[in-house]
Write a protein that binds this ligand. Sequence first.
Ligand code: 4AD
Ligand code: MG
Length: 433
Amino acid sequence: MYEWIKIKDISEHEGEKITLKGWLYNKRSSGKIHFLQVRDGTGFIQCVMVKSNDNGNKFEEVDKLRQESTVIVKGSVRKDKRAPSGYEVEVEDVDILFNPSEPYPISKKSHGVDFLMKHRHLWLRSRRQFHIMRIRNEVIKAIRDYLYDKGFLLIDSPILTGSIGESTSTLFQLDYFDLGKAYLSQTGQLYLEAAALAYGNVFCFGPTFRAEKSKTRRHLTEFWMIEAEMVFCDSECNMRFQEELISYVIQRIMERNTADLEALGRDTTVLENTKVPFYRISYDEAITLLQKKSFDIKWGDDIGGDEETAISIEFDKPVMVYNYPKKAKAFYMQPHPEREDVVLCDDMLAPEGYGEIIGGSQRIDDFDTLLKSIRDNGLSEDAYQWYLDLRKWGSVIHSGFGLGIERTTAWICGLEHIREAIPFARTIYRIYP
Ligand code: 4AD
Ligand code: MG
């Protein structure tokens, strides 16, 4: 009797007397009835309290509860077609553990984004955020499961690094004791390459830092990236792996997060369509396409956010843009065997205007080519001695990629802005809360 259960399991307890422990999310009253929306972190449920001769005092006390009171509700579960979850709880008793002394700042009326971001510590309790965080959780779990199933070994890469992984323009720098400058990691890739030559296929998953000075809907200064590195694997093999992975992730979310997608009002047509093979266009073709769309872009330029959006809306599932100009990409990418100015790489663009969610490439495996690229890019040879070593012993064709968790989650959820896809967003304008 009155077993403590979680709201997510409510359907298993129809007709039973149960206990819920949670918080008052919303309250509506009509004279003799309180409709209490209760949340317990696993879901939301309507609890109905009817005034009777026996519960008069309690009924009055509950009437005074503010939003985000802490409560223990006892009652019985019944099926109700009108309730959003299909069930509701007929309340027999409410224990009031805590009633806030001030009104809750986030009310039902709509608030501006700035207000909500300032109250992110509380905003997380809202229904919409609940569904987004659940999808984010499943995206991460699906990728991990997929990689483990394929035999990848998890290798945690360092956050404090001495060698620059991506670009000098977005580095967070700090003084590192007597050893000069250190940087917050922009990628785990270089360390993952070392691990790949030790253990074969490997992956890492961690926070990544970029001092992005631009204010866009797809850039964070701290984001989470899953990176994989594969040996005896060229760029083609890398692209095939990426599309299989994304295809799997989308299917998992469609299966396990149906209710979350529905609650977010996500039109899932494109997600349903996201099955291998994805589209592929070369960088050259992408430039032609953009020029046709009147973009002021020429061969050799990097493809920016607006351009990615323009490309991705042309496709009804992800598209991989491959083989960029060398000068638009990082120093470690393998040159094209027949075109010296082009590197073997790919960016996967999510459809519906979302743009890049994965960046990947084949890595330079020849010592001299890498040394030249390090020099050409003005990087310190000393800092990269260890990375060059990997080309001295046991060098092999290898490739890998990095997938941004927030960008992927934002696309799957259909979010307008990446800031809702991470619990506490860090951007150029935001470090609070
Ligand atoms: O394309 P990027 O910069 O690739 C790398 O860092 C490679 N070293 C990965 C590798 O090959 N192991 O970043 C990879 C992904 C992007 O496609 C994007 O999804 C995400 O990381 N990303 C960001 N997400 C949010 N905010 C930012 N500022 C991001 N920068 C990159
Ligand atoms: Mg990229």
